[in-house]
Design a protein around this ligand. Sequence first.
Ligand code: SAH
Length: 227
Amino acid sequence: MQIDIITVHPELLESPFRHSILKRAKDKGLAEVRLINLRDYAFSKHRNTDDYAFGGGAGMVMMVEPIALCIEDLKAQRAYDEVIYMSPDGMMLDQPLANRLSLKGNLIILCGHYKGVDERVREHLVTMEVSIGDYVLSGGELAAAVLSDAIIRLIPGVLNDETSALSDSFQDNLIAPPVYTRPAEFRGWKVPDVLLSGHEENIRQWRFEQALQRTRERRPGLLGRED
Ligand code: SAH
């Protein structure tokens, strides 16, 4: 999978993709993230990527031309399954959406800034809009990093232990059960006996019950959901 992120602030995204699981995905050749600087496609006199809003009002708007030229240039090099615009009013990112996107081949993610992008970008160039929550960020970069991370860790082979992504919260519409590591007792705070018992079936049953209980308490809406 290749994810091409279009941004006016590539430096904001350099670090997240150079470390940890995302770096491992790249090293294994499973997923590559490229940062595309939108300014390279700004050919107006002042090489602007934004301008004042028609009709007035505070805040700049990202211009349609550099975005169109950039997306067209990328599409001339390879085929993309989706052109995603990060937007607070987009489809809410959740685990089922991350699962669906992890099955795709190549993605473009467009990061907005200021008041957002000229509406014609959304009408004609973007195929999908994704939000990471009902709050407003100052730019799409952090949202794009969140989306890319959620997708890439699901690609088979990216996580060492393949089952570990499957046992995460939400993956089966359940919240993950509690986990513990050594020592078995710290300041009198004990690890539940069952986890030390070595009895696989009891442990499995305990984890399932804990997951169910947590889901009822914290995310009851997940129970009975089909996706
Ligand atoms: N004026 C717009 C907000 C623009 S915020 C509005 O009210 O809807 C600037 C940019 O940050 C957006 O173009 C988008 O790319 C990004 N952004 C802000 N909040 C986001 C969120 N919750 N999810 C995804 N992207 C977001």
